[in-house]
Design a binder for this molecule. Structure first.
Ligand code: NAP
Length: 290
């Protein structure tokens, strides 16, 4: 059976890719830094092969990719500072170089919506540099560009005040924001990993919904059986998080994310909108999903 390699499998995106691959009967090899961690062991318990890697050790990366039919990679800045953005690019470049060294036939990179549109957002620009390196490096490449994760509502969580559900974000209310369930990043990426012929040779921005703040609040309120309202916060609530401020400023420029929702639905017909995610993710006002 062909092996699909996944980086980030103990995290949200990579974990969702592994869920989708396993549900389709694939053999998965997860590249992990700590095979003894609880999350890695849980993957092994589900039949996932573990390969220990050190991101700064090119030999460990290429050895872990040997024989793989396809490779999913994502990158992440550790703490959203400019130095972390540079580290994110280094991480992605190291993973792409390892895929080339191991002659992996197809690479799927999860970047971010708008990475190619000069957003000026540090952790978008860092992903763009990985995209460019991948495009220059030669393997067949598919770039998936997800928009804002619905899972962010774990920390952008609505509250209940005087019987009203209140959602607050540093985003003007008349601006729609595109959203995607992490589950669907996994399903779409897995479809491409398992059938390179169906994967675009290039990039696809992916979203499952598009809503203003009031429309998001209404979806949560409808599920909770409460009236709902949205309050736009000033960018200053983001304090000294320059990366976050740049991102929310970019969100307020219309349109920021530009996925073609109908085209995404053609790739994954079951892609979730926000009400479907709220219903199926286990979200409640008291026990928010992490
Ligand atoms: N939130 C959003 O709305 C949104 C939208 C679009 C794009 N994004 C992007 O999504 C990315 C985060 O994805 P995520 O939520 O899936 O991340 P996550 O849940 O934090 O997972 C990160 C994964 O990367 C692994 N990892 C990190 N550094 C590693 C290293 N040096 N060696 C080996 N493994 C390493 C982690 O392994 P361990 O388990 O060992 O730590 C974990 O598996 C960010 O770049 C963000 O900008 C986010």
């Amino acid at each position: 059976m062909n092996t699909i390699a996944v980086f980030g499998g103990t995290g949200k995106q990579g974990g969702s890719v592994i869920d989708a691959l396993l549900s389709r009967g694939a053999h998965v090899r997860a590249l992990v830094r700590s095979p003894e961690s609880d999350r890695a062991r849980a993957l092994a318990g589900r039949g996932v092969e573990l390969a220990r890697v050190e991101i700064d050790d090119a030999t460990s990366l290429s050895a872990a990719l040997r024989g793989a039919e396809a490779f999913f990679l994502m990158t992440t800045p550790a703490g959203h500072t400019l130095a972390d953005a540079e580290g994110e690019t280094r991480q992605g470049v190291a993973l792409v170089d390892a895929a080339v060294a191991a002659a992996v036939p197809h690479v799927v990179f999860s970047s971010v919506g708008g990475a190619e549109r000069d957003s000026g957002v540090p952790h978008f620009e860092s992903k763009r540099r990985v995209e460019e390196h991948l495009e220059r490096s030669g393997p067949r490449a598919t770039i998936v560009r997800p928009v804002a994760f619905m899972e962010n509502f774990a920390f952008l969580a609505p509250t209940v005040e005087d019987g009203v559900l209140v959602l607050r974000m540093p985003l003007p209310d008349h601006i729609p924001l595109q959203l995607i369930a992490v589950r669907d990043i996994g399903r779409i990426s897995a479809a491409f990993l398992l059938d390179a012929a169906k994967a675009p040779d290039g990039a696809v921005e992916i979203a499952g919904d598009e809503r203003t703040g009031s429309q998001m609040a209404a979806a949560f309120g409808a599920h909770a059986g409460l009236p709902a309202r949205y309050e736009a916060l000033p960018l200053e609530v983001l304090g000294d998080n320059a990366d976050g401020r740049a991102m929310f400023r970019w969100f307020a420029e219309t349109p920021a994310y530009r996925a073609d929702l109908a085209a995404v639905r053609a790739i994954e017909p079951a892609v979730q909108d926000l009400p479907a995610w709220i219903r199926t993710s286990g979200w409640t006002l008291d026990a928010r999903v992490g």
